[in-house]
Every structure is written in C-alpha cells, then in structure tokens.
Design a protein around this ligand. Structure first.
Ligand SMILES: Nc1ncnc2c1ncn2[C@@H]1O[C@H](COP(=O)(O)OP(=O)(O)OP(=O)(O)O)[C@@H](O)[C@H]1O
Ligand SMILES: [Mg+2]
Length: 290
C-alpha cells in the first residue's frame, strides 16, 4: 500500500486558477472524484500522474516528492486519460502490445498480461479487430486494459464511464471491485451513480476546491438536514422552483411532490426524506461555498 500526500496543491493556467489549496491524503481504496465540468478533476489527476507541474504545493508518495521519484513512481502508476489517444488501424492486441512496450514491460510477461486483461474487459473475442471498428464503450475498455498493463498499485482513471451504456457501466464497476483492495484507485466522474457503490471515499470538487470528503455514508449524513420533501400545489411548486434547488419533481394527480435542497424549511409541511448521494452532490455543487 502506498500513501499519496497532497499538500497546499495549486495550479493556475495563465492567471486562471484551476486548483487551489488542496490538502488530502490518499491510501488504499477507491476514491471517487465527483465534480461538474471545469471543477478541476483532470488537472488534479494530471498532477497526480506527474504530467503537470503544480504551481504551488506538493505531492508526496510515501514521503518523497513524485517528481524526485521519476521512473520509480511511474512504474507504480496506471492512467486512463480523459481523451485517450489510440491508433485506429491497430488491432486491440497490437495496441496493448505497443502500450506494453512503451511501459518497458518484458515481452512474454506482456503477452500473458494482455490475454488476462482482454478477458477482464470482455474483449478476448475482438482482440484481432481494428480499433476503428470498436464502439466508444469498447475503446474505453481497451483504455482501462492499457492502464492495468503494469498491474499498477496506483490507478488513475479520468472519466472511465463516460460513453458506456448501462450494461457496460455495471461491468466497469465489477472490474474495479475485482481489483486488489491494496491498490489506490482514483476515478473521476460527474455521474453520481457510477461511484456510489464502488467508492470507499468520495471527494466532491467545485471550482478547484475539495468541498467535501468522506465515505458515502458520511457525506450523505452531512446533508440530511438540508434535504426536504413536500407535497404542494402546482402553483406553489412553480414559485418554489425559482427559490430553491429542486432535486426532483413528480406530479401526483393535481399536486406535485417536490424534493428540495435547502438550508431552511421550504414550507410548513416539509419533512426530511432519506438523503442520497445525489442530494449531497446538489448541495455541495449549488449551495456550499467551499
Ligand atoms: N491546459 C489548460 N490551459 C488553460 N486552462 C486550462 C487547461 N487545462 C484546464 N484548464 C482550466 O482549468 C479548469 C479545470 O479544468 P479541468 O479540465 O481540470 O476540469 P474537469 O473537472 O476535468 O472538467 P470536465 O468534467 O469537463 O472534464 C477549467 O476552467 C479549465 O478551463
Ligand atoms: Mg476532466
């Protein structure tokens, strides 16, 4: 097991802040980085991979700055970039062979590992097909396979589920769950349900900050008092829509059942339903200023 210690981490691009003052420690387990477009997920992940130099602060792996560890750190690492580049004319196996060569893996180890990984991502039957004939979901799975080639102890997956259909999402969750519990796995998404069941820790990101961090249970518990449910008339619902964050709205005959995220009780009859991670996401996204 490795420890990644992030302290005072910041990154700016031409005067624009993308990441500001992040402090956290990552150990083994699955970390889900949840945030809307532009929150800073990719920037943070690229710094964790050593591909982007921080403007401030540092990232230590087992006490040593990652830039000083160089190849020793890269050998621990597997990375699926958000925009993952591949050669469309390569077959699946040839592409994985090529990636294995880039990672300087011994050839016979690589061949065995490629066979294993093609099985893991359910692409054994397609191994001799060209990548240009693959669907978006199949390309994602090849991307996940290439990130796992060196059996990394730190696995960083940037939006691994985008473009996957519901079946493939389930398959992806199963792949992640099947990996060793000793690994540090960091994955980003803006889809709550993709990480709700597999992440041991959730990190909510907004405008370059981590606004909340903890287990799903802890994060959900932290917003329980802000989640309300009430049955109101259509007219009341309309006026509440302009005033509150509405998590859900369901017509029930002439009335409307509203799920509201609010620090104050939105109407006299409002009660607290059981809160969900989606409620927490809406709270931290819309109402929490760091
Ligand atoms: N190379 C770059 N040059 C300039 N600005 C950048 C660069 N990379 C990222 N940014 C800016 O930094 C901020 C964070 O971007 P980042 O890509 O990390 O967000 P994200 O959370 O990954 O978003 P998404 O969900 O869309 O992938 C954004 O405002 C973005 O415009
Ligand atoms: Mg991104």
């Amino acid at each position: 097991m490795h420890e990644l210690r992030i302290s005072g981490l910041g990154k700016g691009f031409k005067g624009k802040t993308a990441i500001c003052e992040i402090d956290t420690v990552l150990r083994s387990g699955v970390y889900g980085l949840l945030g809307e477009n532009g929150a800073g997920k990719t920037t943070l992940m690229r710094m964790l991979c050593g591909l982007l130099e921080p403007s401030r602060g540092q990232i230590l792996c087992d006490g040593t700055e990652i830039s000083r560890l160089g190849g020793q750190y890269r050998r621990l690492l597997g990375y699926l970039p958000q925009n993952f580049g591949y050669y469309p004319d390569y077959t699946a196996r040839r592409f994985l062979r090529y990636m294995a060569a880039l990672k300087a893996l011994p050839m016979d180890y690589a061949e065995r590992r490629i066979t294993e990984l093609l099985e893991l991502v359910h692409l054994s039957e397609e191994e001799n097909k060209k990548l240009k004939t693959f669907s978006g979901g199949m390309i994602k799975r090849i991307g996940i396979a290439q990130a796992l080639l060196n059996d990394p102890e730190i696995l960083i997956l940037d939006e691994p589920t985008s473009g996957l259909d519901p079946n493939e999402r389930v398959r992806f969750r199963n792949i992640i769950s099947s990996l060793s519990k000793q690994k540090t796995i960091i994955l980003s998404t803006h889809i709550v349900s993709d990480i709700e069941y597999i992440a041991d820790e959730i990190m909510m990101m907004k405008q370059g900050h981590i606004t909340a961090e903890g287990t799903v249970e802890e994060i959900v518990a932290s917003v329980g008092k802000y989640v309300w449910q009430c049955l109101v008339t259509a007219g009341e619902a309309e006026s509440m829509r302009g005033k509150y964050v509405i998590a859900n709205l369901k017509n029930q005959q002439e009335n409307v059942l509203l799920r509201v995220i609010s620090t104050e009780k939105p109407c006299a009859q409002a009660v607290h339903p059981e809160a969900s991670l989606e409620d927490a996401y809406l709270y931290y996204l819309n109402m929490c200023d760091e």
